[in-house]
Design a protein around this ligand. Structure first.
Ligand code: MLT
Ligand code: MN
Ligand code: ZN
Length: 304
């Protein structure tokens, strides 16, 4: 089972088009030792030919160009993407669906009922796509049951409801429901190895812990180093917690959680452009190195 990171950045990407924070400016001017990142998406295959796309980012065109295996060119219009799984209904994870409207058949899209509700109301992407080839919606339950995806044989998936935030345009924005955000366990049935993917982890609830403990590889929320990072940078008045992202450095934060897990390889994803770990020689990045935590980058591959 091969996992290819298409986009390791959070919403806005890195650098963000209108941002002059230390990181974005440093990347643009060359003063900072950092690499650009597109917005949050990964893809997985068990046979190298058929792929599942996890989240459809606004940068999907650039991401497809960066990974030609997704466009094999077997017929006049073609794609190797067999299905799309969405972990939430946020703009950085769903806008790419609009860019994929030229697909020659309905897209098989897997998401929870809560995400489906948002994508047919506050941000009606599914309704819009119904005027093209449409969407075959496959409901992902929030009961942690296993599911399979036709075409992606040999991989078992299960979804774990996570406490995070519904998007600003969601009818249940301030009244989150199970399924607004999920983590995904993906097991290669041949090797017995599994990945746990959770780009939006707002709180570590007890039911999530066994999934993290049992993972061979974790690909988890790397949005913010400190909870008030965006406030300090003068960018926003929002704390990470309000946005459904647990910071890395605080008490009970991601580093502390990961440090208690002996088994998995630990990798951060969905990294916001304000996060000092993006500067490869920053003290914060060094602290991650010491803790045995990796920072994902566009093009990174994980084999399990
Ligand atoms: C999030 O992860 O909190 C959202 O994607 C933020 C955004 O893109 O507006
Ligand atoms: Mn996001
Ligand atoms: Zn920035």
């Amino acid at each position: 089972m091969l996992i290819h990171i298409l986009g390791s950045g959070a919403g806005g990407g890195f650098p963000q088009w209108n941002c002059n924070c230390t990181n974005c400016l440093g990347l643009r001017t060359g003063a900072g030792n950092a690499t650009p990142r597109t917005q949050s998406s990964i893809t997985l295959s068990a046979n190298g030919d058929d792929w599942v796309l996890f989240n459809a980012s606004p940068d999907i065109r650039q991401q497809l160009a960066s990974f030609p295996v997704l466009q094999p060119g077997r017929r006049i219009r073609d794609t190797a993407i067999r299905a799309i799984v969405l972990v939430d209904a946020q703009i950085d994870h769903t806008t790419g669906l609009l860019m994929l409207r030229e697909h020659t058949e309905p897209w098989d899209v897997y998401c929870t009922r809560a995400v489906h509700d948002d994508l047919t109301s506050g941000f009606p992407v599914f309704n819009i796509l119904s005027h093209f080839r449409g969407v075959n919606w496959h409901e992902i339950g929030t009961d942690q049951a296993c599911f399979t995806i036709p075409g992606i044989e040999g991989v078992a998936f299960s979804a774990v409801p996570l406490k995070s935030e519904a998007p600003p345009y969601s009818p249940h924005r301030h009244n989150t429901v199970p399924g607004d955000n999920i983590g995904l366990r993906m097991e290669n049935l041949a090797s017995g190895k599994n990945l746990f993917y959770a780009p939006g982890l707002g709180e570590l609830e007890p039911h999530v812990i066994p999934f993290m403990e049992d993972a061979d590889c974790l690909l988890v929320d790397g949005t913010l180093w400190t909870d008030n990072e965006m406030i300090t940078a003068g960018i926003s008045n929002k704390h990470g917690k309000e946005m459904g992202h647990l910071d890395q450095s605080g008490e009970g934060g991601i580093i502390e959680i990961l440090s208690g897990l002996p088994k998995p390889r630990k990798i951060l994803i969905h990294i916001n452009n304000t996060n000092p770990i993006l500067l490869e020689d920053s003290p914060e990045r060094l602290a991650l190195d010491r803790a045995g935590i990796e920072v994902s980058y566009d093009g990174m591959e994980i084999e399990l």
